[in-house]
Ligand binder design. Structure first.
Ligand code: CMP
Length: 229
């Protein structure tokens, strides 16, 4: 499924410079990372990592979008995070050599720079600052996970939908929009509710003038989304 292609060193290094994660690196450091990583392309809806499987590679997202989720035996899933260009995933198993903590699938065609555990260790030997960058991002993830635990434990579904919409929304020419390629089922899987419940809440928010729902996007009209019914 996936397509691995080797590109020239310079080409890869120039791509890395576009990834926010690496903007702090010097030219020499870029070269070290660039030569340690292999580019892989995946189509839309491809499984990149499977929860519970072994693996030791780190994936840096060059382009595209993925969802990180955990599932149960009945096929239900909880989406932990959506990641896009400049983000990385797979670092947990790469660091602790335990099975993958979550599954990752592509939401659109995506290109990753993939680095094995041994290449990452070599990189760190040559560019120790990379370890600091990874630690900073891990700390940020724990903060976000704490926030999510709080939202799930303390808010009702209405508030969880509202806070997830605000979290996903981006400013598009002065309009706050959620234009992620997300289905209502995906949104339900992000807030731990049924699709029917999410559908009802979106309708209610639209009727009350807080949002408008178009076929491919949701516009937030009033930023003060109500935390409950
Ligand atoms: P790993 O356990 O190797 O494989 C699954 C990956 O999903 C994991 O590394 C992280 O990169 C990513 N991941 C797991 N939990 C979260 C989370 N709460 N937020 C963002 N990414 C996560």
């Amino acid at each position: 499924m996936q397509n691995t292609r080797q590109r020239s060193h310079t080409e890869r290094s120039s791509t890395l410079k576009a990834v926010p994660f690496f903007t702090q690196l010097t030219e020499r450091e870029f070269d070290v990372v660039g030569s340690a990583a292999t580019e892989k392309q995946y189509p839309k809806n491809a499984v990149v990592l499977t929860e519970g499987e072994m693996g030791d590679s780190l994936y840096m997202i060059q382009s595209g979008k993925v969802k990180v989720f955990i599932g149960d035996q009945d096929g239900r899933e909880m989406i932990l995070k959506l990641l896009g260009p400049g983000d990385f995933f797979g670092e947990m198993s790469m660091i602790d050599k335990q099975p993958r903590s979550a599954s990752v699938t592509t939401l659109e065609g995506s290109v990753f720079l993939v680095m094995s555990h041994s290449s990452f260790e070599k990189c760190i030997e040559q560019v120790p600052r990379i370890a600091t960058i990874v630690m900073r991002i891990l700390a940020q993830r724990v903060r976000e996970a704490d926030k999510k635990i709080g939202t799930l434990a303390l808010m009702d579904v209405y508030g969880r939908v509202a806070s997830t919409l605000l979290e996903l929304a981006v400013n598009d020419n002065g309009k706050l929009m959620v234009s992620e390629k997300l289905s209502q089922q995906d949104l339900a899987n992000m807030v731990g509710a049924s699709r029917e419940m999410v559908n009802r809440i979106l309708k209610d928010l639209a009727e009350r003038g807080f949002i408008s729902v178009e076929s491919k996007s949701i516009t937030i009209i009033n930023h003060e989304l109500p935390p409950s019914l």
